[in-house]
Design a binder for this molecule. Structure first.
Ligand code: ADP
Length: 434
């Protein structure tokens, strides 16, 4: 039958936390019937690149029958962003005889223990040449690029596979953060995506329709709640280059040259568009007139405004400003055509805290006695940054519990100990009550 070979067109959707890093593709029953697949089967997903994923059923509340939900890394691997159309077809995988990997942006000491650890983590996942995959190591993610597989095509790693990890490092300067790394800001992220992604990806639309895209967005709220993270995610998911500017730094370190420095950055951003210019602590550059407003500040603000006004015609450079003190920002900046959209990024509520806990414990060996929902209910007032450091601290506490089992004189920690380590509820409590 010809139909077996026929790919199905589907629209890319965001994955839930529990699927991140697992190469899952959730699709509905009609799509499964069409593709003649059942959960556990492997499909090839074709965007501007081709990769593969394991079929999983959609949740009961899924509203869109044409959606395929995959995580940010899979979206990168297939060269597609949210809402893009991809083609899908069933494939069979073979067991890999050998797989070669190169670490991305990280240097590693490759020995048998490390190779076994990575192999263990990747066991059973379908992979293809060119894929990037992450392995969580003590709460940090390490990325690898698959540079070769034998045989070719879609393969799975098992015990018999030989893994060759390169000691060379591949460098990738693009920011690499996905929407699934942001917790508790779903509605805001959705609204910001609509404003930012479309003009960055399709500036021609705006030119054709004769409308001006927003060139500036102001994010405000307390520190550590994800303003910088959001800017990185928006840049990364719209495949834009990010140009960060730190307000106090550009005012002080480049004193006397601040305007020239701003012009340089804007020019570079234009030359390398699509781009996002992220100005952190923008109140330092453009304070309100009442607040210490000297000639220097006046000139710098005027320069910033002129540069922003100069962006309006194209749309493929967007400026995101962040501040903890929105009331201290010069109102001239908040006029139409400048920072004319604003989003409050506030301290997360309980649901947000659950998501953020899931994000920052991903890949950590959490013991069964830890219920992240219960834990989240006790973290009132914690910001995203607080939760991140709590998770790290809990992991450190757990290591201390294992210290008596570890002979620090020997260089290596035995892999049985490493594999059996668990982070317990008591570790989180100890970390909370420091
Ligand atoms: P801000 O720019 O608002 O001061 P950041 O984005 O720099 O905050 O937050 C610091 C770190 O805290 C982030 O890199 C991230 O690891 C963590 N974090 C903050 N907010 C969130 C969030 N909403 N979801 C997940 N992690 C978060």
């Amino acid at each position: 039958m010809v139909r077996k070979e026929e790919p199905l067109q589907m629209r890319i959707g965001e994955a839930k936390q529990r699927d991140v890093g697992k190469k899952r593709a959730r699709i509905g029953p009609e799509a499964m019937d069409f593709l003649k697949v059942t959960p556990g089967d492997i499909v090839e997903v074709m965007g501007s690149r081709t990769s593969c994923a394991v079929i999983w059923p959609v949740d009961e509340d899924e509203k869109f029958p044409d959606i395929i939900r995959v995580d940010g890394q899979t979206r990168k691997n297939v060269g597609a962003s949210l809402n893009d159309i991809v083609k899908i077809r069933k494939v069979t995988s073979k067991i890999a005889k050998s797989v070669s990997l190169t670490p991305v942006n990280d240097t590693v000491t490759v020995d048998k223990e490390f190779t076994d650890f990575v192999k263990n983590r990747l066991k059973g996942l379908p992979i293809t040449h060119g894929d990037e995959i992450s392995v969580m190591i003590l709460g940090n993610s390490m990325d690898f690029k698959i540079t070769k597989t034998t045989p070719k095509g879609v393969v799975k790693i098992d015990r018999s596979t030989t893994l060759n990890i390169s000691t060379e490092t591949a460098v990738d300067r693009k920011v690499r953060v996905t929407y699934e790394e942001v917790g508790g800001l779903r509605e805001k992220v959705k609204a910001m995506r609509e404003i930012v992604e479309l003009p960055l990806k399709h500036p021609e639309l705006f030119a054709r329709l004769g409308i001006e895209p927003h060139s500036g967005i102001l994010l405000y709220g307390p520190p550590g709640c994800g303003k910088t993270l959001l800017a990185k995610v928006l840049a990364s998911e719209s495949e834009a280059n990010m140009f960060p500017i730190n307000g106090p730094e550009i005012m002080n370190k480049y004193y006397g040259e601040t305007e020239a420095k701003l012009r340089d950055i804007f020019k570079e951003a234009k030359d390398n568009s699509p781009s996002i210019i992220f100005i952190d602590e923008i109140d330092a550059i453009a304070p309100k007139r009442e607040e210490a407003y000297g000639d220097v500040e006046k000139r710098v603000v005027a320069q910033l405004l002129a540069l922003m006004d100069g962006l309006n015609d194209r749309g493929n450079v967007i400026v995101l400003g962040a501040t903890n003190r929105p009331d201290s920002v010069d109102p001239a900046l908040r006029r139409p055509g400048r920072f004319d959209r604003e989003f409050e990024i506030s301290v997360p509520n309980e649901d947000g805290r659950i998501e953020i806990l899931q994000i920052h414990t991903r890949g950590m060996p959490i013991d069964d006695d830890v219920d992240l929902k219960d834990l989240a209910s006790e973290l009132h007032g914690y910001t995203g940054a607080d939760i991140k450091s709590l998770c790290r601290e809990a992991a450190m506490k757990s290591i201390r519990r294992y210290l008596p089992e570890i002979d620090l004189e020997t260089e290596k920690i035995p892999s049985e100990v490493l594999q059996s380590m668990k982070i317990k509820l008591i570790d989180f409590y100890d970390a909370m009550h420091e």
